[in-house]
Design a protein around this ligand. Structure first.
Ligand code: GRF
Length: 189
């Protein structure tokens, strides 16, 4: 049995998809959803999915007790599914290659501080990039720069807008994120 903790800050569509994907997989359990935003719709989704929600503030998040809490829960993999805080060094060290993130662009371009949500798609469209996509990667101490696990591409149309691009990226996320997580879990002993 592999035990997941999913960190969220927003809508939670990725959380929903991952939870549904693993619903009938008895080898994978989503132990909790960690949320830093009391207004996140992801909280409602987690409740409906009957997954315990652990709300957290910045001080607690950056403290040692939280690392111990995750360890004592026996978490095998932390999944960042639209989580907007930087992961503290102590947590990265305690979970080496056991934290994965999804980024809605083709890293290393359009990553780093400030590149989140619609800001990413606005920048990609403004630069008239021919392609964008998703990047699923391990998390290190810096934003969006850990080892890449997989990428998927999509072409931009001439009339592409940030909104139409966001919809395309959303489809890629829904298709690939759970599968990538499953592969990462297989590699964890
Ligand atoms: C996704 O686009 C993801 O790539 C990014 O944040 C967004 C989260 O969406 N890191 P949701 O909260 O899962 O709906």
């Amino acid at each position: 049995m592999k035990r997941l903790s999913i960190f969220v800050s927003g809508n939670g569509t990725n959380l929903q998809r991952i939870a549904e994907y693993f619903l009938e997989d008895w080898e994978v359990e989503i132990v909790n959803v960690v949320c830093n935003n009391p207004k996140a719709y992801a909280i409602e989704r987690a409740k409906k999915l009957q997954i315990p929600v652990r709300m957290i503030d910045k001080e607690e998040f950056n403290g040692e007790a939280f690392v111990k809490e995750l360890q004592s829960l026996g978490i095998d993999l932390i999944v960042l599914a639209g989580f907007l805080w930087k992961i503290p060094e102590a947590l990265v060290k305690a979970f080496p290659k056991k934290i994965v993130n999804i980024h809605p662009a083709l890293l290393p371009k359009y990553g780093g501080k400030g590149f989140y949500g619609e800001h990413v798609h606005e920048a990609v469209v403004a630069a008239r990039e021919p392609f964008s996509g998703i990047t699923i990667h391990y998390v290190n101490e810096l934003y969006d720069s850990g080892e890449i696990i997989m990428q998927a591409h999509v072409a931009l149309d001439e009339k592409e807008t940030p909104d139409t691009l966001a919809a395309k990226i959303h489809q890629l996320e829904q298709a690939y994120f759970p599968v990538a997580i499953e592969e990462v879990l297989k590699a964890i002993q």
